[in-house]
Design a protein around this ligand. Structure first.
Ligand code: AMP
Ligand code: GLY
Length: 449
């Protein structure tokens, strides 16, 4: 069995590790834009290309590897239609084709889909293709508005009032900027509540939900500082989160189920792969922030280490549309993923600084890493190798995941593990802490009255 994996971040290392654990012992062949030492160790072949959206490079890799299937990790190759290319070459993929992937690549597509199919969860929103009418709509929304570029924008396409935007004039200026790079801009009501991620395996017809995860976007403790790609995340033993009710979970799942069906109706194509809903628990129920057409990063590092179902079999069920016949199981464990990042991240990230990882973290027999037990896993994200040393690159370096019988136990595992890493680095110690979680519970309590 040969698998072609596209991508080289912490998320893809977690994916590679899940394949590595499979009883089918697949050969892993990787197409990457950069070396990831963790993935490379698990791979039979590892090829570096300029872009994961390069059709010729993909065709050449398929010709060489002859994969049984492909797994596409990041949003850009998915949004650019690499799954369509794979399919033309006869290679099924665990990722959606370009049309259903619009769920992530077009904010307007998703808002409009919910509206048209009467699926709950939308805030008030409107799409603009020029600046005409923007000021009027901002005035209607008052002080709570969000401006979103309608396309993949490397996480730079969304600005929120109070956070990055402080006046309607600033909002209009950003909307104009978006319109220069994208065909349209979406302006919507700013929601108040607590965000969470609910990912599901999708075979086009059925969903198998993963444990809920909460990511932390702000760089510093106490949710202060600039936004990042995500500083860390946690999940709980009961697959829910401490601030969510059963009703919240049911609503979020209901939205995703309805969306899976609506996408097929709208595009004529099934959504296969990972359907990742970014939701917000609000005063009056769950609202949709956005969909992604891939695993979250860091969220993949929370859920994949506790996945008990064979990952190869899971991928095959996604491809054949038989997810309903497979039991998708996760260990009843809490997880905390802490991202270790270079000093100065994200605005003034120190690249080229040596990272030393004690061998106790690297050798499985020294630190029990078996799935299901209290354990730690180390995932490489963005690092470089220089003269045989591991060095920081500009971005998030290492994902360290603790698994335990409670969120606190998992957090302690991760914090202990990070003590085995030396370098000019920092991480958020408060992710998964009782104090921060209580803040979320209190906020939901206040909102719900
Ligand atoms: P997105 O790229 O859509 O995930 O947006 C980035 C971040 O902006 C989200 O994680 C939210 O924190 C925030 N955001 C997006 N849309 C809204 C909204 N309607 N209300 C409040 N916050 C939002
Ligand atoms: N954790 C946020 C994302 O993957 O988009």
């Amino acid at each position: 069995m040969r698998i072609l994996l596209l991508g080289n971040g912490g998320r893809e290392h977690a994916i590679a590790e899940a394949f590595h654990r499979s009883a089918h012992h697949p050969e892993l062949h990787v197409l990457a834009t950069k070396v990831n030492p963790g993935i490379r160790t698990l791979a039979k072949s590892y090829e570096i290309v300029k872009s994961l959206s390069d059709i010729d490079a993909l065709k050449a890799a398929v010709k060489k590897v002859k994969p049984d299937f492909a797994f596409v990790g990041p949003d850009n190759p998915i949004g650019d239609g690499m799954v369509d290319v794979l399919e033309e070459l006869g290679v099924p993929a665990v990722a959606p084709k370009k049309a259903p992937a619009q769920l992530e690549s077009s904010k307007y597509f998703t808002r409009e889909l919910l509206e048209k199919h009467l699926i709950p969860g939308n805030p008030r929103f409107r799409q603009f293709t020029s600046d005409a009418g923007i000021m009027e709509f901002l005035q209607e929304l008052g002080n709570d508005y969000v401006v979103k570029a309608d396309g993949l924008a490397f996480g730079k396409g969304v600005k929120v009032s109070g956070d990055h935007l402080h006046s309607h004039e600033q909002a209009l200026a950003f909307a104009r900027e978006c319109l220069q790079a994208h065909p349209s801009v979406v302006i919507e009501e700013k929601l108040t509540g607590v965000e969470f991620s609910l990912m599901a395996f999708a075979d086009g017809k059925h969903l198998a939900f993963m444990p809920c995860v909460q990511d932390h976007k702000r760089a510093y403790e106490g949710d202060e500082g600039p936004n990042t790609g995500g500083m860390g995340s946690y999940s709980d033993v009961n697959y829910s989160l401490p601030f969510l009710t059963q009703q919240d979970l049911d609503q979020a799942q209901g939205i995703s189920r309805a969306v899976l069906e609506a996408v097929k109706e709208e595009t004529g194509q099934e959504f296969k792969g990972i359907l990742y809903g970014g939701f917000m628990a609000c005063k009056d129920g769950v609202k949709l922030i956005e969909y992604n057409a891939r695993f979250g990063d860091p969220e993949a590092m929370n859920v994949l280490p506790i996945l008990e179902t064979d990952f190869v079999e899971l991928c095959q069920a996604i491809i054949t549309g038989t997810l309903d016949q497979l039991e998708v199981k996760f260990a009843p464990k809490a997880t905390v993923c802490l991202y270790v990042v270079p000093e100065g991240y994200p605005d003034d990230s120190q690249a080229g600084e040596t990272l030393i990882i004690d061998k106790i973290l690297l050798e499985p027999e020294l630190w029990p890493r078996s799935r299901g037990s209290n354990s730690v896993q180390l995932f490489y994200s963005s690092v470089d190798e220089k003269d045989g040393r591991l060095v920081t690159s500009g971005s998030r370096s290492l994902g360290v995941v603790g698994v335990g019988d409670s969120i606190e136990a998992a957090r302690r595992q991760a914090v202990e593990a990070i003590k085995q890493i030396q370098g000019k680095i920092f991480y958020r110690k408060d992710i998964g802490s009782a104090e921060l979680i209580q803040k979320r519970i209190d906020l939901m309590g206040e909102l719900r009255g």
